[in-house]
Design a protein around this ligand. Structure first.
Ligand SMILES: NC(=O)C1=CN([C@@H]2O[C@H](COP(=O)(O)OP(=O)(O)OC[C@H]3O[C@@H](n4cnc5c(N)ncnc54)[C@H](O)[C@@H]3O)[C@@H](O)[C@H]2O)C=CC1
Ligand SMILES: O=C(O)[C@H]1O[C@H](OP(=O)(O)OP(=O)(O)OC[C@H]2O[C@@H](n3ccc(=O)[nH]c3=O)[C@H](O)[C@@H]2O)[C@H](O)[C@@H](O)[C@@H]1O
Length: 444
């Protein structure tokens, strides 16, 4: 069996490397961050991801998975090398390829025999060819052959291990049939659909898939905003739409929009690719704009419910961009909490996992509580930003007693309207009729 070397131990490198070892491959993961590697060697997992720690420990003990900061040695010992470094958004919206370039240069300098270099990072079309050139120009012996390939990663944070172990497809674009076949065989134990295509198409598939999903979210959020104006309920509308198998019921959950390390950066990156190619991608521009506006609805609804926010105490439930992760990259909490503070409010925040990460980006005045109910105590309103299990299952009668006013602004549509009515809340969600206090007039 081939030995896989993984460059970069972020979400993708660590999870995919671990899953490839779980199915029987020999995997060595490396990173320029030596502290991270030292932690991983002690089986300390730098990210919160359900099931990952157990898998890392098992495969390390079986000697199938190891971690090293000696990148050259990892390259020597591997037959296939996954590049899984970050491709963050640069100020122009373009994907920043500096980490990919550095990884390719390191490979070129250390390559001694035939290897397949596989880009798993999300990269613009043309990057595979760029990686090929960089490796070639860094080789001390240019006669040593190698192939490059694109094999994008489709896992989601929060269910990354499950997604990787049960991948729906492997997209493979390579510079030779030999390389495509080597990568296809690596996927045999996953029993997944193999889709072989050109390098360029493989790179494009990843952006097209992510931006399509982002578009689905912005579309349902736009529908939600109309629902609010005309008295319809977006959760019912989404259910009814989703029954059509051509539409499907996934990614139609209206709310305060998408966040995270990928959709925001990938939508901007594809917009940039389109611009450079001379195509005016208006549809994608609207997807991005709709999403940017969507999260601000929380503030509008809050001001509508309790008026001026000066000196008001607001409970914020959820800091991570989605449940089951401690990732706060592009999380709505990071834009909304500063906005609340700017408007003179005081904020008490709760998140079961992501407090340490969020604290690095938020002003010091935010008070964090270890207990969900302590965050709500004596607040003028409660705002839900992440649909954590702890939030969805919270005891509503207790929440009502703890709040100064029974006002909930729910950015994730966690509760049924009828239940909130019965519990006596003033409840504002997304794309659904408001539940007002018994003596108020229902507005549509
Ligand atoms: N986070 C996610 O859920 C998914 C991410 N992706 C894509 O995968 C790529 C990686 O994303 P994340 O894992 O979130 O990134 P990340 O930023 O969390 O981690 C990247 C890692 O690479 C390391 N690194 C950077 N340059 C290096 C070098 N020259 N040599 C060795 N290590 C180096 C960094 O120290 C860091 O540990 C991105 O292109 C992203 O768009 C794709 C699917 C899912
Ligand atoms: O390229 C990537 O990094 C990954 O990006 C997303 O995965 P991820 O960002 O981890 O999480 P998602 O579950 O897709 O959620 C993204 C955002 O959309 C929001 N969302 C999702 C679904 C929905 O119906 N409504 C909605 O608002 C979530 O709250 C979250 O903020 C894709 O789903 C993965 O396939 C892809 O590999």
């Amino acid at each position: 069996m081939s030995t896989i070397g993984v460059i970069g131990t972020g979400y993708v490198g660590l999870v995919s490397g671990t899953c490839f070892s779980e199915v029987g491959h020999q995997v060595i993961c490396c990173d320029i961050d030596e502290a991270k590697i030292a932690k991983l060697q002690r089986a300390e997992i730098p990210i919160y991801e359900p099931g990952l720690e157990e898998l890392v420990k098992r495969n390390t003990n079986l000697n199938r998975l190891s971690f090293s900061s000696d990148i050259a040695s990892v390259i020597h010992r591997s037959d296939v090398i996954f590049i899984a470094v970050g491709t963050p958004m640069s100020p122009s919206g373009e994907a920043d390829l500096s980490y990919v370039r550095a990884a390719a240069a390191a490979i070129g300098q250390s390559i001694r025999d035939y290897k397949v270099i596989v880009t798993k990072s999300t990269v613009p079309v043309g990057t595979g060819r760029l990686v090929q050139e960089i490796i070639r120009s860094n080789q001390s012996d240019p006669s040593i052959p190698f192939d490059v390939a694109s094999n994008p990663e489709f896992l989601r944070e929060g269910s990354a291990v499950h997604d990787c172990m049960n991948m729906e497809r492997a997209v493979i674009g390579a510079t030779s049939d030999r390389a495509a076949e080597i990568i296809a065989r690596l996927h045999d134990p996953f029993r997944t659909t193999i889709f072989k295509t050109s390098l360029e198409s493989a790179e494009m598939i990843k952006y097209a898939a992510n931006t399509f999903l982002a578009a689905k979210i912005s579309f349902i959020n736009a529908i939600a905003n109309i629902c609010e104006r005309v008295g319809a309920d977006v959760t019912e509308v989404a259910k009814g739409m989703g029954l059509d198998s051509r539409i499907g019921n996934k990614f139609l959950q209206a709310g305060i929009g998408y966040g995270g390390s990928c959709f925001p950066k990938d939508t901007h990156a594809l917009k940039h690719i389109a611009d450079v190619s001379g195509y005016d991608f208006k549809l994608l521009e609207a997807v991005i704009e709709t999403n940017d506006k969507q999260r601000m609805l929380v503030i509008e609804k809050l001001e509508k419910a309790i008026g001026n926010l000066t000196d008001k105490k607001i409970a914020v439930l959820g800091l991570a961009f989605k449940p089951n992760t401690n990732d706060v990259r592009e999380a709505p909490s990071l834009t909304l909490i500063p906005k609340l503070l700017e408007k003179g409010a005081r904020v008490q925040a709760y998140d079961p996992i992501a407090v340490e990460e969020a604290r690095c980006y938020l002003p010091d005045s935010v008070v964090y509580t270890q207990d969900l109910y302590d965050a709500v105590r004596d607040c003028d309103a409660c705002v839900i930003l992440t649909e954590w299990k702890e939030v969805v299952t919270m005891e509503l009668d207790h929440i009502r007693e703890l709040l100064r006013k029974p006002v909930i602004i729910d950015g994730r549509n966690c509760f049924a309207l009828e239940r909130m009515r019965q519990e006596g809340f003033e409840y504002y969600s997304i794309g659904r009729p408001e539940v007002l206090a018994p003596n108020a007039v229902l507005s549509v």
